[in-house]
Write a new protein. Structure first.
Lengths: 632, 118
């Protein structure tokens, strides 16, 4: 019994030991395996687990919005879905292509080709409409997927289309503000990792809240959509009326040099970008900054500014205009109307080429070239838009006498519409040159201003006195007898200068006899300038003169834009047009005010100049046949 | 009889006079106390465990809810952006002019229809 118990005990103990070994061995095996998995193969299994559980997606950062100066949305990004397929994974490509063809309204052939492609990833169509995306989602074809993308919309369509520019299908800026502020506007999507369960349902287990879609910084322009629209519609009417080749308008705020409108016909709708762009086509090109033209007689005001600023001539000095035709620097120069003796004011008012050429020769190329440069011609204005052209100004050393003479009346020089408007603004604002600006502010995602742009006043071009003298001359142009009478709107005084320039024929390299550029550049109101407007109409038919073709556009824009800006008609010569009711005024008073306009139109200073015209006392000789008579 | 009365120690008032019973009673109390505290701890543990599981389940459920809310917020944000575009389109002066002219027969005022406020 005792032995039996002993043997039982030994069996018991051996079994127990064996059991211990098995358990401990098993545990050791588990620990070793755990160590192997947790330490040695840790990264591999972590990656594998993450691949099963986590899904990576990007929280969109919308491209920044572009606003006009009143906060109207000009360019905005909206989510739009795109269709892609995993090539070769579509069970029935023929049938799927046929269905997709109906939904996408595209031929089935190219779709089928994409579906049978061996590429792992292939776009079928990008930026679908909501309806198309919904229909495709309902199909539920395995291998067909929808990706979230963003499309840029321009709700004001062609209004300011060239200024705003456009982006390509990948959201990169191609033209206009979209291009020049691409770094600011472009959004950076935030990559986020999210759990998914076995049923691929998303599950947010991170401690932080899911990030919300953010918007990148936006840009607030100085452009005003209403003024831009007015400028575009008036320009379009003129282009249609005169069947012009193209036309441009620039409207600047005289004080701040902010671009309120910059239109160039033909207009451009950034919503409609052809998929295959014709390389010859100038899509979205802003001709107001990228194309140069000869400014014609509008350039006389800069010549006169230079001559007056240099004290080479005075307002009441008289110059002989050779009865409409003369030979200067070996070339025949003509005036449209024959003039004899004209004061400096009359040279501008009647736009005498001969008078201007003589003054230019008297001024000399060195001084004149310096003033041309100081007014901003031949160099970039620095506006924040791509593709600006600096214009064409020959090096002063290469100027011949004839170049100097014809540059006096705006030939042999190329300027852009913006350069011309900005140079006119120098005269309007007391002779100081400032850079024009198109972007007012950079705004953060919440619409707070983070950066502000202002015009930089870089130099004093002419004295205040000279600017006032030239301004008075420009006022005469829009008054009775001047070449720009069509520019003066009812109730306002305007100052400006007309220009009619012949166009160089590219084939013959000579001025074409039937092609002209009609220009009007000026500012309004004359006494306290608020707007500087330049109108350029290329190759109009039927009428060619700047005073006939371009000046009415100036008037119409001013008539609509000034009340909008709060500049109401004022002064005795600013009565509203006949028939306009005056709130709180009797009809008799209204008539009297309207009738007094003409009487008050001619300013006292102007009258005295006209009276003083015949009086001549002294003369100065200038190079060549130039003879300027001074009145003491 | 008197002695008999005295010989009922169990129900005697003088427990301290019986050391065996005293010892037995103390250990019984200890067992009960231990059992009670063990049961209490078990209950607490179970409650904690249930609470923990509940928290975990809630966390998961909230994860789903958050995810769904996030998707809804994104959807609403998209709708809001599309409505912003629509609103901007309504403010397009060109469109307004077209609507005014074509739908309502409006035209720019003649000079005699203008009233200048002074």
């Amino acid at each position: 019994m005792r032995e039996q118990r002993k043997s039982l005990n030994s069996r018991y103990w051996s079994c127990r030991m064996l059991f211990h070994f098995i358990v401990i061995g098993g545990l050791c095996a588990i620990v070793i395996k755990a160590f192997y998995l947790q330490v040695i193969e840790h990264s591999f299994w972590v990656d594998r687990a993450n691949a099963c559980l986590n899904t990576r997606f990007t929280v969109p950062a919308y491209r920044g919005t572009i606003y006009d100066r009143q906060g109207r949305v000009l360019s905005y990004s909206v989510p739009q879905r795109s269709l892609y397929a995993f090539g070769g994974q579509i069970a029935d490509p023929d049938k799927t292509a046929a269905v997709l063809s109906q939904i996408l309204n595209e031929p089935a052939g190219p779709i089928q080709k994409k579906l049978t492609s061996t590429n792992h990833f292939v776009w079928i169509k990008r930026q679908l409409t909501d309806q198309q995306a919904l229909e495709i989602e309902r199909l539920g074809v395995p291998g067909l997927n929808l990706a979230d993308e963003y499309k840029r919309f321009y709700p004001y369509r062609q209004v300011g289309g060239q200024i705003v520019g456009f982006v390509n299908i990948d959201g990169a800026g191609i033209e206009g503000i979209e291009k020049s502020f691409d770094d600011v506007l472009r959004g950076k999507p935030i990559p986020v990792i999210q759990f998914r369960d076995g049923g691929r349902r998303p599950l947010w287990l991170n401690s932080a809240a899911p990030p919300e879609p953010a918007e990148s910084c936006g840009v607030k322009l100085t452009m005003d959509t209403f003024i831009q629209y007015v400028a575009e519609s008036e320009l379009e009417k003129t282009v249609e009326k005169y069947r012009a080749r193209s036309a441009e308008v620039v409207v600047l705020d005289a004080g701040s040099r902010e671009v309120l409108a910059m239109a160039s016909w033909p207009f451009f709708d950034p919503n409609i970008i052809p998929e295959k762009k014709d390389p010859k086509e100038e899509l979205g090109r802003d001709h107001a900054i990228s194309d140069a033209f000869e400014p014609g007689s509008t350039f006389k005001v800069f010549l006169m500014s230079a001559a007056l600023d240099q004290n080479l001539v005075r307002e009441r000095d008289k110059i002989y205009c050779e009865a409409g035709q003369c030979i200067l620097a070996g070339h025949c120069i003509k005036d449209v109307h024959a003039h004899g003796w004209l004061t400096m004011q009359e040279v501008v008012k009647y736009s005498s080429n001969i008078g201007a050429a003589k003054i230019a020769l008297h001024l000399g190329s060195e001084k004149y070239a310096r003033y041309i440069h100081d007014f901003g011609f031949g160099s970039l204005t620095g506006i924040a838009l791509p593709g600006e052209f600096k214009g064409i100004v020959r090096a002063q050393k290469r100027w011949r006498q004839i170049d100097l003479a014809v540059t006096g009346f705006g030939q042999s020089i190329g300027v852009t519409s913006l350069q011309l408007a900005n140079a006119i603004a120098v005269i309007a604002c007391g002779g100081e040159y400032g850079t024009p600006i198109i972007a007012g502010n950079v705004l953060d995602g919440q619409g707070r201003s983070v950066r502000q742009f202002q015009s930089i006043k870089t130099r004093k071009v002419i004295s205040k006195r000279t600017a006032d003298q030239v301004r008075a001359m420009m006022e005469l142009v829009t008054e009775e007898g001047g070449t720009g009478t069509h520019a003066a709107p009812e109730g306002y005084t305007a100052a400006g200068k007309t220009g009619t320039a012949q166009v160089m024929d590219k084939a013959t390299k000579r001025y074409a006899s039937n092609k002209y550029t009609s220009v009007f550049a000026g500012f309004i109101p004359a006494e306290n300038p608020r707007l500087v407007i330049t109108v350029v109409v290329h190759e109009p038919r039927g009428a060619i003169y700047g005073g006939v073709v371009a000046a009415p556009v100036f008037r119409e824009i001013a008539t609509k834009a000034l009340p909008y800006l709060g500049v109401m008609p004022s002064g005795p010569g600013s009565a509203p047009s006949p028939g306009t009711h005056m709130a709180g005024a009797s009809g008799a008073h209204t008539k009297q005010t309207a009738g007094s306009k003409k009487a008050a139109a001619v300013k006292p200073g102007v009258k005295s100049v006209q009276k003083a015209a015949p009086e001549e006392s002294a003369s100065t000789k200038s190079p060549g046949s130039v003879r300027i008579v001074s009145k003491n | 009889m008197r002695r008999g009365k005295e010989s009922v120690p169990v129900f005697s008032i003088k427990l301290e006079s019986d050391p065996g019973f005293q010892k037995k009673g103390r250990s019984s109390v200890r067992i009960w106390a231990w059992l009670a505290s063990a049961i209490f701890l078990c209950v607490v543990f179970v409650i904690c465990a249930v609470f923990y599981v509940w928290l975990y389940v809630e966390q998961i459920q909230n994860g789903y809810r958050l995810s769904k809310a996030y998707e809804e917020s994104e959807l609403l944000s998209n709708v809001q952006r599309k409505l912003t575009i629509e609103w901007s389109r309504f403010r397009d002066p060109q469109r307004l002019e077209e609507i005014g002219r074509n739908q309502f027969g409006l035209s720019p005022p003649r000079p005699d229809q203008k009233v200048v406020m002074r």
